[in-house]
Design a protein around this ligand. Structure first.
Ligand code: ABU
Length: 388
C-alpha cells in the first residue's frame, strides 16, 4: 500500500476556490484570451531524494547534487508570496484563479514497485495537468517523487466535474516506474556534457519504452495540432498514447538536439500567437521538423538570451526559464521581471509585456508557464496548419 494514502485526511476545498460561479473547461492553444487558470503553491516544497529520472536531470554542476529534503521555511514563504502576487495580478486583469490544496510533499511514498523518501511540490501544475478542449488529463509523470502530485489538484478537478457537465476528467495510465523504466547508464554519478549531447541527439534518453510515460509540460497546443517533445520525461509510447487518445488531432513528435537535459518543451519551443514561435537557440528544432511550420507560414524566431548566467540556488531548471512566458492573449504576455532581454524582444514584436516577479520561486518547479495550468481560454479548436 502506498504510504501516502495512510496520511491523506479528508479533502477540504481551498478557500480561494469560488464554489458558486459557473465553470467552463476549455482551452485549445497557448495564446487565446485566458479566462480561468490554476496557479501552483510552494507549500511543503522539497528537494527530491535521489532517483533515476531526477538524477539524470539535475545538472552536473548543480548545488542540488547530493542534497535533498525540506526546503527552508523562508524560501517557501518567499515563493508563496510571489505566487500569491502573480495570482492577484491575474485576478486584477479579470482572470479567474484557482489554487491547489497541497498534500504533504515531505512524506515518503511507497508503491509495490518503488519507494522514495520524499516528494516534490505542487508549484508547477503545467507539468501535471494537460488541458485540451473540454478535457483535463492528469499526466502519467515520469519521476517517482511526482507520482502523487495529482492529488493536490483533485479537489479542483472534482469541483469542475460537478460544475461543468461538459468537463472530461481523465487520468492517463499510472506507470509502475520500476528500474526497467530507466536506462542504467544514466544512473552514473557524473556524465560529461559531450556524452549527454551525443546521447540526446540520438534519442538515447533516461526513460525507456517499458511503459507509457509523459509529463503534461512536454505538450504544446496549437488547436488541431499537438507538438510533443520526446525526451527525458516523455517517451515514444507516451506520444503514441496521446495520438490514440486524440484521433482527430495531429500529434507531432519533436526533439531538440543540443539540450543535454531535455525535459518539458516550455523553455525550448514556445508559441506566442498564431504564426509566431520562439525557439531556444541552443535547442534548435531540426530542419526536417521545421518544414511543417515553414510551409504553413509560421515564423520560428530565436528567443533572446536569458538575463542570468545561472539559475537561482537549488533550482533544477535551466536559465532558459527566461522564455517560460505566460501568454494572456495574442497581444499580451507575462514575462519574469528580471528577464529584460526576453521582455525587450517581445515588446519589439508588438506585444504588451507584463513584468511579473517570480525568480525566487523558480527552484520550486519553474517559471510563469510552469506554475500555471489553463482551465479556460476563449476560442475554439482551429486548424493553424492547413497545408498539413
Ligand atoms: N520545466 C521546464 C524546465 C526546462 C529547462 O530546465 O530548461
Amino acid at each position: 500500500m502506498a504510504l501516502q494514502s495512510l496520511h491523506d485526511g479528508p479533502v477540504t476545498m481551498n478557500t480561494a476556490t469560488p464554489m458558486t460561479r459557473a465553470i467552463k473547461v476549455s482551452s485549445w492553444n497557448e495564446w487565446d484570451p485566458l479566462r480561468h487558470v490554476i496557479v501552483g503553491k510552494a507549500d511543503h516544497g522539497q528537494i527530491p531524494a535521489p532517483e533515476p529520472a531526477l538524477n539524470a536531470k539535475v545538472p552536473e554542476e548543480s548545488d542540488m547534487r547530493g542534497r535533498w529534503g525540506r526546503r527552508s521555511k523562508d524560501s517557501i514563504a518567499r515563493a508563496n508570496e510571489l505566487l500569491d502576487e502573480f495570482s492577484a495580478l491575474l485576478r486584477r486583469r479579470g482572470i479567474r484563479v484557482d489554487r491547489p490544496d497541497p498534500i504533504d510533499h515531505n512524506l515518503a511514498i511507497a508503491t509495490p514497485d518503488f519507494t522514495v523518501a520524499n516528494q516534490f511540490t505542487c508549484m508547477a501544475p503545467r507539468d501535471v495537468l494537460l488541458t485540451i478542449g473540454n478535457e483535463i488529463i492528469e499526466a502519467t509523470m515520469s519521476y517517482r517523487c511526482r507520482w502523487f502530485e495529482y492529488l493536490s489538484y483533485r479537489p479542483l478537478l472534482e469541483h469542475y466535474f460537478e460544475a461543468d457537465r461538459g468537463f472530461r476528467h481523465v487520468a492517463a495510465p499510472k506507470p509502475r516506474l520500476t528500474d526497467r523504466s530507466y536506462r542504467p547508464d544514466y544512473f552514473a554519478d557524473r556524465i560529461d556534457e559531450p556524452t549527454r549531447l551525443e546521447w540526446t541527439a540520438r534519442k538515447h534518453f533516461v526513460t525507456t519504452e517499458q511503459e507509457i510515460l509523459f509529463d503534461a509540460a512536454d505538450v504544446t497546443r496549437f488547436g488541431r495540432d499537438l507538438v510533443v517533445q520526446h525526451g527525458f520525461t516523455t517517451n515514444a509510447k507516451g506520444i503514441d498514447w496521446l495520438r490514440r487518445h486524440f484521433p482527430s488531432h495531429r500529434v507531432h513528435a519533436v526533439n531538440f538536439p543540443g539540450d543535454p537535459y531535455p525535459i518539458h518543451i516550455d523553455c525550448t519551443f514556445v508559441p506566442i500567437r498564431p504564426g509566431l514561435i520562439l525557439n531556444n537557440p541552443l535547442r534548435r528544432l531540426p530542419d526536417e521538423q521545421r518544414a511543417f511550420f515553414a510551409r504553413n507560414d509560421w515564423l520560428i524566431l530565436e528567443a533572446a538570451p536569458p538575463a542570468h548566467n545561472e539559475p537561482p540556488p537549488l533550482c533544477y531548471s535551466s536559465v532558459w526559464l527566461s522564455m517560460n512566458v505566460l501568454v494572456l492573449d495574442p497581444k499580451t504576455v507575462c514575462v519574469e521581471a528580471s528577464e529584460v532581454r526576453q521582455a525587450e524582444q517581445l515588446d519589439r514584436l508588438g506585444l504588451e509585456v507584463v513584468p511579473v516577479e517570480l525568480r525566487d520561486a523558480y527552484p520550486f518547479g519553474g517559471g510563469l508557464h510552469c506554475c500555471t495550468a489553463d482551465v479556460w481560454r476563449e476560442g475554439t479548436c482551429e486548424d493553424y496548419f492547413p497545408r498539413g
